[in-house]
Design a binder for this molecule. Structure first.
Ligand code: UDP
Length: 238
């Protein structure tokens, strides 16, 4: 079995993906399938932390359009990410692997607070660490959270799981002439304005020299393949 190319990674998983074919909410078979993939990836010998989004339940911008303040809407979104972490944690543990949710917010009855030391301790002990609550601040996204946490815990890469196999010049599902990139610099990703990740996340990755690998999670085993350096994805680096 090939050694992982990256010793420690942060995987960014969108909340929307957890809804499966539903419009919103949590699709248990999808969560179970992702749990299997995460366990397999970790069994390759990598330390795996996961930043989970909340778009399957609440997005601050959408809630605030209905009259709630943006800050409250974003707080609701951040809490949704914690719920997704708990769903994933339960699914991983049901399969017999240890997992640990850490939140950006103090919520001692529910899970531990994220600190760099706690995350590194649990990763070293072989747990899959689920990072909830985003950055803990409104006006940010979980894409930016993934890069921030990766820098904090000294991960070697951010693996951005999507529905497509990399970064395209336009949405390949709508525009058949969209061009796929094998590799981009952080600057090119920012200048291109590609929708796959927000510019704040790319800018922080550039600042911290963190590579981001954009790949499709639709194929079972794709996380492990990327970890072993044989998967298909766009590498954003340099
Ligand atoms: N959010 C936030 N600060 C953060 C991360 C997330 O306020 O640091 C809120 C924001 O409202 C966002 C929601 O949480 O819309 C869910 O996160 P995101 O949209 O990144 O989830 P995804 O699209 O990946 O499911």
């Amino acid at each position: 079995m090939a050694e992982p190319v990256y010793r420690r990674v942060v995987i960014k998983l969108s909340g929307e993906y957890l809804a499966g074919s539903q419009v919103a909410g949590i699709d248990q078979p999808t969560v179970d399938r992702i749990a299997t993939d995460l366990i397999a990836a970790q069994e390759l010998g990598a330390e795996v932390a996961v930043v989970v989004g909340g778009g399957n339940m609440v997005r601050g911008v959408e809630v605030s359009a209905q009259g709630v303040s943006r800050t409250t809407g974003d707080t609701m979104g951040m809490l949704a990410t914690v719920m997704n972490c708990l769903a994933l944690e339960a699914a991983i543990e049901r399969k017999g692997a240890p997992a640990q949710t850490l939140s950006a917010f103090v919520m001692p009855e529910i899970c531990e607070l994220f600190t760099r030391a706690a995350a590194q301790k649990y990763l070293a002990a072989g747990r899959i660490v689920l990072l909830g609550g985003g950055t803990g601040n409104p006006y940010f996204t979980t894409d930016t959270t993934a890069v921030l946490r990766a820098a904090e815990i000294e991960a070697q890469a951010v693996l951005k799981a999507t529905n497509v196999d990399g970064v395209y010049s336009a949405d390949p599902k709508k525009d058949p002439s969209a061009k796929r990139f094998d590799r981009l610099t952080h600057a090119q990703a920012i200048e291109g304005g590609y929708k796959v990740m927000d510019a704040t996340a790319f800018a922080l990755a550039r600042e911290t020299s963190l590579p981001i690998i954009v790949f499709s999670i639709a194929d079972p085993g794709s996380i492990g393949a990327i970890l072993q350096g044989r998967g298909r994805g766009t590498v954003v680096a340099g």
